[in-house]
Ligand binder design. Structure first.
Ligand code: NAI
Length: 331
């Protein structure tokens, strides 16, 4: 039996993790979940929000499913999510964004993929307080990380029959840092003549995405733009409750939804487990369990198609009712 790390998070994390474990188990696939806790709740006992046991577990099992973990705003500990990605060198954040059956949105032809650099940019956490009224945050862009993420995006495009990889930047203003990212993109793009190339400024991208998202295929972005744009693209297909993601490195991969811990609906049995479930489906494909992945995806799509949904998608089912509906369609 395969052992997989499950970081069950906080906020709605434990509720949606329960749902996903239940659905996978009902599909007939046996997984030995190595459940690891992280975040504010473990600090008191273990002294830090991301204890070494969590990293060791992911390193050992190579694959993890992760529910969201809250990050305090302003003062407090550094984001567990950012640290995990950095410590495990999960350099590529992959966020596919495609319409789901039965989930009506403004557009019905969205099928794009956001590839976000995951290790540097303003997320490097290099900040200093200059004086009481001034703070600096350093944006770090390196050729090595930029070329690596662009190569990942082009390889992904080749493997998944995608036609175009578009580089997103603000190189007209940040001529050195974003200029370097763009230069790295152009260098790597030369190795992939079969894939169309395009460059766009991030503000123009946002405008075009909300007008006609079908214009885009694979997008490759530095960390911060990738974070913001992938929430926007989540909105194009029905919101955060359905947006899946994955953090991929050379030796391990952590699959997690785009959304956060949704403290506003914590413990109310209201959360939509779809984003975590779709992340788990991708994880199953990644470990070669394609038939179970397809079975679960089909059951989810049938449930949504029938109009059985949680409140964020305009439905009236609780997390547990929605979970049970999906399980009913597993055959
Ligand atoms: P959020 O994504 O948690 O919530 C934004 C809105 O979307 C809320 O109204 C929430 O109820 C709704 N929502 C999100 N996921 C949902 C779901 N599965 N079903 C139904 N509704 C859902 O974003 P917010 O409030 O900005 O962040 C809350 C915390 O989560 C913060 O501490 C943030 O740092 C953390 N966070 C963690 C992430 C991770 O663990 N990878 C990613 C993003 C945020």
């Amino acid at each position: 039996m395969r052992t997989i790390t499950l970081i069950n998070g906080d906020g709605i994390g434990p509720e949606i993790s329960e749902s996903v474990m239940k659905i996978i188990s009902a599909s007939g696939l046996e997984i030995n979940w190595d459940i690891q806790t992280a975040g504010a709740d473990v600090i008191e006992k273990e002294g830090k929000p991301l204890p070494d046991r969590v990293l060791d577990s992911v390193k050992k099992n190579k694959v993890a499913l992760k529910a969201p973990v809250t990050t305090p705003i302003g003062k407090g500990f550094r984001s567990v999510n950012v640290q995990l990605r950095k410590d495990l060198d999960l350099y590529a954040n992959l966020r596919p964004c495609k319409n789901l059956p039965g989930v009506k949105t403004r557009f019905d032809n969205v099928n794009l993929v956001v590839v976000r650099e995951n290790t540097e940019d303003l997320y490097a956490g290099v900040e200093e307080q200059i004086d009481e009224n001034t703070a600096h945050s350093i944006k770090i862009i390196t050729r090595q990380a930029s070329e690596r993420i662009c190569r990942f995006a082009f390889d992904y495009a080749v493997k998944n029959n995608r036609k175009e990889v578009c580089a997103v930047s603000k190189a007209n203003i940040m001529k050195l840092s974003d200029g370097l990212f763009l230069d790295a993109y152009r260098t790597v793009a030369k190795e992939y003549p079969q894939i169309a190339q395009r460059e766009i400024l991030v503000d123009n991208l946002c405008m075009q995405l909300v007008q006609e998202p079908a214009r885009f295929d694979v997008l490759v972005l530095p960390n911060l733009y990738g974070d913001i744009v992938s929430d926007l693209t989540a909105g194009l297909i029905g919101g955060l409750g359905v947006a899946q993601g994955a953090n991929i490195g050379k030796s391990c991969a952590v699959f997690e939804p785009v959304h956060g811990s949704a403290p506003d609906i914590k413990g109310q049995n209201k959360a939509n487990p779809t984003a975590l479930l779709l992340s788990a489906v991708e994880m199953l494909k990644y470990i070669g369990e394609n038939s179970y992945a397809e079975k679960i995806e089909k059951a989810l799509f049938k449930t949504l198609f029938d109009g059985d949904k949680t409140a964020d998608l305009g439905g009236n089912l609780s997390t547990t009712e929605f979970t049970d509906k999906i399980i009913k369609h597993l055959y």
